[in-house]
Design a protein around this ligand. Structure first.
Ligand code: SF4
Length: 668
């Protein structure tokens, strides 16, 4: 293995002291120094004390990407409300500051008090994207902490990861101590209890393994070092616990009632520009639409809505406190919130004392009349653009992915939006989907062209931006068995679209780099053997791989070759039903046989309705945890029609014929 970058651990600042005096003189020399100074409204310095457990909650990307992350903001508040713990935040430092820190031996730090990361009991990372994994290694190394978990002892903090990517944490298994599956609100307290005991006992020599063992007993906690992995040739044979008290299968955590967790109560207001710079209020968690490509929808089931009254009061108090004049209602599909119509009206009627009108954002729009009607209702909304996500260009393809939007639905919604004053549309699509033909791919261009033509009925220069991503199969989805398209195939499909849209006035095409999609695919379904690859890539400078200017495919392919691993085998191979998958010893609550049957239905182009409004088909997400969907109102919204779960066209309902695979009420 090649030499590691200089590690700051050996010098004085890796302790409990602030690094500020060493850091501050260098800030004028780096880009965006405000990334590193903290001082946000809503983030008073934590109250530290020797008996308290310290958490450093990190986002492994830049401050402006990581600051708005709601998960970290929620957990920071929950920890700081305890009298036996405190939490601060850390973000990956950009390469200009990193070079200075390594040269001057300044360790990774928290932005609140600029305390060295090594002084905390746990450094926890939110993992939202696979291409940030090498940043995790870099932050740990910059903290002066050994990157491999088996080289750490009780003088080092625990390295913890949570977030959606942890549903297959195996590529990171050599580097992390603790993996948290599912909602963090409750489990962070239970982990804190274990760490408090460890602190109280003085973290005696040799005590780290005992703490890891205790943590493995906390529901939702996976400790990779406590499992043996066996292979059968290139295939995974089994992953088994090394001790009888360590669970064979780790179940995710699910909070049953969002109403009990009205966080963040003090959303952070940064001093510098960040993404999603507005008030964000989560209206529900989970999604049961059943889009087969969507990992987030699958792993966060069941649906748990926040009471509409609580949403209103969080918006009211949040806007008044922060001074924002823009609020976004966040979820995986906000138009499905059963209290949406009244909530929107209430927001429009709010008097926050601000001279500016309130702007309401509704992300994740589905194509339905309700949503467009809603948009029209928002009198003060900035009419800069609307985003829809049909995801695929033909009805056949949308049946395969279970995104059951008819073309007339899309045209109805888009036409209504244009007629109500919107001029610009953004349409999201995926390419490289299972069974996709060129006709399906070119259907994307056809839809875009027709949308622009609709716009011309209302405006002189309407525009449609088509954004195309390369599909990456994810664990715990029905597409987890699918062999991902090669880089060449993805590029060929994008070229088809480029040719088709070149002469379409008003249509702009944007696409995701296929090279990044295949490396994302490598990590999303990889096993522990990829740990060596990750380490090699990181040691050779491969950080910020999700940034176009830093991404380096050659680093990954060279490392794979050096480790004797075949990228095709990992990325482009179809898996069989009986294959042991690297995440089979973890559970997102979904029955594997349900996912397999849904995969077979996908190939047969059979749709599956939204179980929120139809009888349960026992995917496992509710039945396994004795939880049911919690909705703010008892009646489905317009888009969540009984029986079909379909989107509605603008002003009209289009019944969609579905063939439920499982008879109503029956178990598979
Ligand atoms: S267990 Fe039933 S109701 Fe719950 S998410 Fe699965 S299919 Fe839907």
């Amino acid at each position: 293995m090649s030499a590691a970058p200089p590690n700051p651990s050996s010098t004085a600042t890796a302790g409990s002291s602030s690094v500020w005096s060493a850091l501050e003189p260098h800030l004028p020399k780096v880009a965006k120094p405000a990334r590193y100074i903290g001082l946000e409204d809503g983030a008073p310095a934590s109250e530290r004390a020797p008996h308290k457990v310290g958490w450093l909650l990190c986002y492994p990307d830049t401050y402006e990407i990581g600051l708005p992350n709601q998960g970290l903001q929620i957990l920071r508040e929950i920890v700081n409300e305890r009298d036996d713990a405190y939490a601060e935040r850390g973000y990956a430092v950009w390469s200009d500051l990193e070079a200075i820190m390594r040269r001057e031996r300044i360790p990774f730090f928290s932005v609140e008090t600029h305390t060295s990361a090594a002084a905390f009991d746990a450094i926890a990372f939110n993992l939202s994207a696979e291409l940030t994994y090498t940043n995790v290694l870099n932050c740990v190394d910059l903290a002066g902490v050994p990157v491999r978990s088996d080289e750490r002892d009780e003088t080092h903090p625990l390295v913890v990861v949570g977030g959606h990517c942890t549903y297959n944490p195996e590529p990171l298994a050599d580097f992390v101590d603790v993996v948290v599956l599912g909602d963090g609100e409750e489990v962070i307290g239970e982990i804190t209890d274990v760490l408090r005991e460890w602190r109280a006992e003085g973290k005696t020599a040799g005590s780290r393994p005992n703490v890891l063992r205790a943590l493995a007993g906390v529901e939702g906690v996976y400790v990779p070092s406590l499992y043996d992995v066996a292979y059968d040739g290139p295939f995974l044979a089994e992953v088994t616990p090394r001790f009888p008290d360590v669970p064979e299968r780790v179940e995710k955590r699910t909070i049953s009632d969002l109403a009990e967790w009205p966080y963040p109560k003090q959303q952070l207001v940064p001093l510098t520009e960040v993404v999603h710079d507005r008030l964000n209020v989560e209206v529900f968690r989970g999604c049961t639409r059943g889009c087969r490509f969507c990992q987030a929808g699958m792993i966060t089931r069941p649906v748990r809505e926040r009471p509409a009254e609580q949403v209103r009061s969080m918006i009211d108090s949040g806007l008044k406190r922060t001074g924002y004049d823009e609020v976004t209602l966040t979820s995986l599909s906000t138009a499905d919130f059963s209290g949406i119509e009244q909530t929107v009206q209430d927001v429009m009627d709010l008097d926050t004392g601000s001279a500016q009108p309130i702007t309401l954002g509704l992300p994740s729009l589905r194509v339905d009349a309700f949503t467009v009607g809603l948009a029209n209702k928002i009198q003060n909304a900035r009419r800069t653009g609307l985003t829809f996500a049909p995801e695929a260009g033909t009805w056949r393809m949308r049946q395969v992915i279970n995104k059951l939007i008819r073309e007339e639905d899309l045209y109805g919604a888009v036409g209504s939006a244009y007629s109500q004053g919107w001029r610009r549309m953004k349409l999201y699509f995926l390419t490289g989907l299972p069974s996709e033909t060129d006709e399906d791919t070119l259907g994307i261009a056809e839809l875009a062209k027709n949308c622009v033509e609709l716009g011309r009925e209302h405006h002189k220069n309407p525009s449609v931006t088509v954004s195309v991503g390369g599909f990456v199969p994810k664990p715990f989805t029905p597409f987890q068995w699918f062999g991902q398209n090669t880089e060449d195939e993805l590029r060929r499909k994008i070229n088809l679209l480029k040719d088709a849209t070149r002469k379409m006035n008003g249509v702009q095409l944007k696409w995701h780099d296929p090279r990044a999609s295949v490396i994302e695919g490598l990590l999303s379904r990889g096993d522990r053997r990829l740990g060596r690859v990750l380490e090699l890539v990181w040691r050779r400078g491969g950080v910020f791989q999700e940034w176009g200017e830093h991404f380096d495919e050659k680093l990954w392919l060279d490392a794979m070759a050096e480790c004797g691993l075949d990228p095709d085998w990992y990325i482009h191979r179809h898996r069989t039903e009986d294959e042991v998958l690297p995440w089979d010893h973890l559970s997102a609550g979904l029955h594997k046989d349900f996912l397999w049957m849904d995969w077979q239905d996908a190939l047969a182009e059979v749709g599956l309705p939204d179980c929120r409004w139809t009888p349960c088909y026992d995917c496992g997400a509710c039945t396994g945890y004795s939880i049911e969907h919690i909705v703010a109102s008892a009646t489905p919204p317009a888009g969540g029609s009984q029986g079909t779960g379909q989107d509605l066209g603008a002003g009209h309902s289009v019944p969609v014929e579905l063939t439920p695979r499982i008879p109503q009420g029956a178990k598979p």
